[in-house]
Design a binder for this molecule. Structure first.
Ligand code: SAH
Ligand code: SF4
Length: 363
């Protein structure tokens, strides 16, 4: 371990935690709030920038602390404008994030783990299992680094936790990161603009329900009966549909919120009219929105997506049962940035990025 890595990384701490760390270094309580603002509102990477701190406090911070976040090694742009970031972590592992530009919103898709332990058959992220959890610093750092690389006239508006990894299997780091992302003195995202997607870890969902942070919830359903779901998503053997649906029926949904159900359509596996009718019955009584995602193939995959007419027929059954059901067009497929295509990559060398630094004005 080097002297630098022994220093405390200030990123990834809630405002209260940061205040405690600084007070342990002998600083006044209000410094916590100031440094928190510098880290998240102004995205500072150096203590020199923190000009409203005394010189002595800046020296203390330089001696005992660091600001360590993932580095964007590569930024690829797809034909449809979708961008993929390749982030390098401190220990050399890599993760991917995707920026989806739309007319009125800019959405960043975040990763929460290197790899994934869930082993869903259709998803490339989990192919080599779980490598490790991301820390809260790394998760928030994905947002900060992406914001620094976005062009100045495009502010990030939405976050979806739908990249690499199962967020509820890395619960503490994910919830700490969410608290920082939601903090008005920090990244200041509205809870209406953050969505967490899970494969259905029931204990994690029960904990999240008690957290009272009000973010949007998406659940990867992908099958409407246990036999098919067991086969596609091994997690279903531990938390079968009845348990998952009972937990979701109890999930607190403020106001007019609905749970999003993601359903990857796999030809001949889960795409029949009977599957659609079964899903309509299964979700009865749950305020639901259904996203139908035609399968995105990766090299060596066993599945294929259904024909467009079959996807539309599937959607039609759900619409007739009075559900909101949307066909999600895959974006960024030409740079392997679509759902289920993110994975760790071997990389070396210098960062190669599309230029475009955007930094907010400082006080
Ligand atoms: N682990 C979480 C979040 C990341 S996966 C989860 O499973 O919900 C995000 C979404 O991508 C999930 O809904 C998943 O079902 C979907 N997905 C995975 N592989 C896919 C593929 N090859 N084609 C289309 N969607 C896929
Ligand atoms: Fe993990 Fe989600 Fe992929 Fe399943 S779909 S392997 S839970 S990332």
């Amino acid at each position: 371990m080097t002297a630098t890595t022994q220093k405390t990384n200030l990123l990834g701490r809630t405002s209260a935690e940061l205040t405690q760390i600084l007070s342990d270094m002998g600083m006044s309580a209000f410094r916590g709030k100031q440094v928190f603002q510098w880290l998240y509102k102004y995205r500072s990477r150096s203590f020199n920038e923190m000009t409203n701190l005394s010189k002595a406090d800046r020296v203390t911070l330089k001696d005992h602390a660091r600001i360590q976040r993932p580095v964007i090694l590569q930024q690829l742009r797809a034909k449809d404008g979708t961008e993929k970031f390749l982030y390098r972590l401190e220990d050399g592992h890599t993760i991917e994030g995707v920026l989806i530009p739309e007319t009125k919103r800019q959405t960043l898709c975040l990763s929460t783990q290197v790899g994934c332990a869930m082993g869903c058959r259709f998803c490339i992220t989990g192919r080599s299992g779980l490598v490790r959890n991301l820390s809260a610093a790394e998760i928030v750092g994905e947002v900060l680094a992406a914001q620094d690389h976005m062009s100045p006239h495009r502010a990030l508006t939405h976050l979806v936790i739908m990249g690499m990894g199962e967020p509820l299997a890395n619960y503490d780091a994910v919830v700490t990161a969410l608290k920082i992302l939601l903090d008005p003195g920090g990244c200041d995202f509205s809870n209406r603009r953050i969505t967490l997607s899970t494969s259905g870890l029931v204990p994690g969902l029960q904990r999240l329900a008690r957290e009272n942070i009000g973010i949007n919830l998406a659940v990867s359903l992908n099958a409407a009966n246990d036999a098919t779901r067991d086969r596609l998503m091994p997690i279903n053997r531990r938390y079968p549909l009845a348990d998952l649906l009972a937990t979701l029926r109890d999930f607190p949904l403020p106001g007019r919120k609905r749970i999003t159900f993601e359903y990857v359509l796999l030809r001949g596996i889960n795409d029949s009219p009977e599957d659609a009718r079964r899903m309509a019955r299964l979700l009865e009584g749950i305020p639901a929105k259904i996203n139908l995602i035609p399968y995105n193939a990766s090299p060596g995959s066993d599945f294929t997506p259904p024909e467009r007419t079959e996807v539309e027929a599937f959607q039609e059954i759900l619409l007739r049962a009075n559900y909101t059901a949307v066909i999600r067009e895959s974006r960024g497929g030409d740079i392997d940035a679509a759902c289920g295509q993110l994975r760790e990559r071997q990389c070396s060398g210098q960062p190669s990025v599309i230029p475009g630094e955007s930094k907010p004005n400082k006080p």
